[in-house]
Design a protein around this ligand. Structure first.
Ligand code: IMP
Ligand code: MG
Length: 176
């Protein structure tokens, strides 16, 4: 099988959406200390680019959770592979995600983080696949809604590959 990738969202469109979101976040968090929680590994590229587009200070935190392994189907179980190394109590927190698909990962993660009593907790995602939602989850910031297709690039992987593409592409598989 040959893996083929077709551009869905160009680098330029991603950058424009990020700049717009950065302005919105700056306005809403004016005068507050903002903490980003990046969900590894897919959220890294987006978090870094979004944070760089924001003119005020943003603190970085990282978590690694897993629900996919190497296939393309969610299991419904959230495994904490790496937890935060600091409390988030009384902090203004935004979870930064690459994509919300079934919503299982984020809804479980959100519940878990809410129990740690942050001052506020919002969700920001680059991509949203609303047709695939199983667990409803509030998404305060979203750059793009996309159809039900498996996408790669800009942090997102297929079998750990293609994360470094600077655009979002749809992957398909063809006979050799
Ligand atoms: P959810 O729990 O089904 O919402 O999705 C959990 C995780 O699955 C996301 O954070 C991604 O890491 C991964 N995922 C979902 N859809 C895609 C996709 O189209 N491409 C690559 N990864 C995906
Ligand atoms: Mg993710």
């Amino acid at each position: 099988m040959v893996e083929k990738i077709d551009v869905l969202i160009s680098k330029e469109k991603i950058q424009a959406a990020i700049d717009q979101m950065a302005r919105e976040i700056e306005k809403e968090y004016e005068g507050k200390e903002l903490h980003f929680i990046c969900v590894l590994k897919g959220g890294v590229t987006f978090m870094v680019d979004l944070a760089r587009a924001i003119k005020t200070n943003v603190y970085f935190h990282f978590m690694d959770v897993s629900s996919y392994g190497y296939g393309t189907e969610s299991t419904g179980n959230l495994k904490i592979l790496m937890d935060l190394d600091e409390p988030i109590a009384n902090k203004h927190v935004i979870i930064v995600e690459d994509i919300v698909d079934s919503g299982r990962t984020l809804s479980m993660l959100r519940e878990m983080l809410l129990r740690r009593n942050p001052a506020s907790l919002k969700i920001c995602t680059l991509l949203d696949k609303p047709d695939r939602r199983v667990s409803p989850v509030p998404i305060e910031y979203s750059c793009f809604e996309i159809p039900d297709e498996f996408v790669v690039g800009y942090g997102l992987d297929y079998a750990q590959k293609y994360r470094n593409l600077d655009y979002i592409g749809v992957i398909s598989f063809e006979e050799e």
